[in-house]
Design a protein around this ligand. Structure first.
Ligand SMILES: C[S@@+](CC[C@H](N)C(=O)[O-])C[C@H]1O[C@@H](n2cnc3c(N)ncnc32)[C@H](O)[C@@H]1O
Length: 315
């Protein structure tokens, strides 16, 4: 019997410990369940996306695009006097004769084209021809950029869409003339490099996205003007629909891949689109999202955009 009370006390102690442990476990479980609910309440508004993604409050600034901006840009963003002189020489020999609108001429004097090309071709930046920018693509011929920009008849308050950001050069020219510039590029690396250059030169307001520009950027439509800098084989209907119905202007090269295309001025009045032939040109093709990687690679070997000759039929 003397031995009996000891196991009994041990049992009672063990029972008490078990109760303490059970209470502690219950408290821990309650805390674990409550914490996520508290976090969800902090992050989500009542009508939040059911996927659980937090929604931005109304009026907050637009979400910045995430483009692959290279850490080290192969571009020279400085503008020393010798580059400015070369630019002035290009403007007087190639832009002045081709472009009547002085605002466009001034924009082309202001934007340092050499900053948009890879450094191995920088010394050719102020010649009137297209230059390679990588990924089988080109920066357009300056006089053609001037001519296409002039056809848009931009006003400072206009909202402009460019399809085919490429180097970002045309987008910078547009930004010299209008407050709201949107530009779409299908090749992510080009979009990223253009983003870096435009930011570095003070054109951070230009909005760029990596998208199939055939479909336009409907979220910001209607546009007062649209410029397409790669050639589709027909007029993209989504772009026509995103053009302002009363007075919108679009400049677009249309024609077969790797051959001469026609530059058209499309104007919209009372919702109806009218087309006017302007010039014969040669542009890289407008490729669709499903095929850009292979088609862009093919374009490396093919002829590149150059200024076409004005024909009797192209007026
Ligand atoms: C002649 S380059 C444009 C030059 C450019 N505007 C500049 O100032 O450097 C044509 C560009 O259109 C792009 N492109 C082709 N198809 C496209 C598409 N469906 N959507 C957006 N960009 C496209 C090409 O990748 C290329 O960068």
């Amino acid at each position: 019997m003397l031995d009996a009370p000891y196991p009994y006390r041990t049992m009672v102690r063990r029972f008490r410990w078990a109760r303490v442990v059970a209470v502690l476990l219950a408290l821990a479980a309650l805390t674990a369940c409550a914490a996520p609910d508290a976090n969800r309440g902090d992050l989500l508004t009542p009508d939040a996306d059911p996927s659980g993604a937090p929604t931005a409050p109304e009026g907050s600034p637009p979400v910045p695009e995430s483009l692959p901006v290279p850490a080290a840009l192969d571009r020279d963003l400085t503008d020393p006097p010798e580059r400015r002189q070369a630019r002035e020489a290009l403007v007087s020999t190639a832009i002045d004769p081709a472009v009547e609108d002085q605002r466009v001429v001034d924009a082309m004097l202001a934007v340092p084209r050499h900053a948009f090309v890879p450094t191995d071709v920088i010394d050719e930046a102020y010649q009137d021809f297209p230059l390679p920018i990588g990924h089988g693509q080109t920066i357009s011929q300056p006089s053609l950029v001037g001519r296409m920009t002039e056809l848009l008849e931009l006003e400072p308050t206009d909202r402009v869409l460019e399809v085919g950001t490429g180097s970002g050069y045309q987008a910078a020219i547009l930004a010299e003339l209008s407050d709201e510039v949107f530009s779409l590029e299908i090749v992510p690396q080009l979009a990223g490099t253009a983003r870096g250059v435009l930011d570095g030169l003070g054109y951070a307001d230009v909005r760029i996205d990596r998208r199939d520009g055939y479909l336009g950027w409907p979220e910001h439509a209607p546009y007062d003007a649209i410029v397409v800098t790669a050639a589709p084989d027909h007029l993209p209907q989504p772009l026509v629909e995103q053009l302002r119905p009363d007075g919108g202007r679009m400049v677009v090269p249309i024609g077969p891949v790797g051959d001469v295309q026609t530059l058209w001025l499309v104007t919209r009045e009372d919702g109806e689109a009218r087309m006017q032939r302007i010039l014969d040109v040669r542009f890289v093709p407008l490729v669709r999202d499903e095929g850009w990687s292979t088609q862009a690679a093919t374009a490396v070997a093919g002829p590149i955009e150059r200024r076409g000759t004005r024909t009797a039929a192209s007026r």
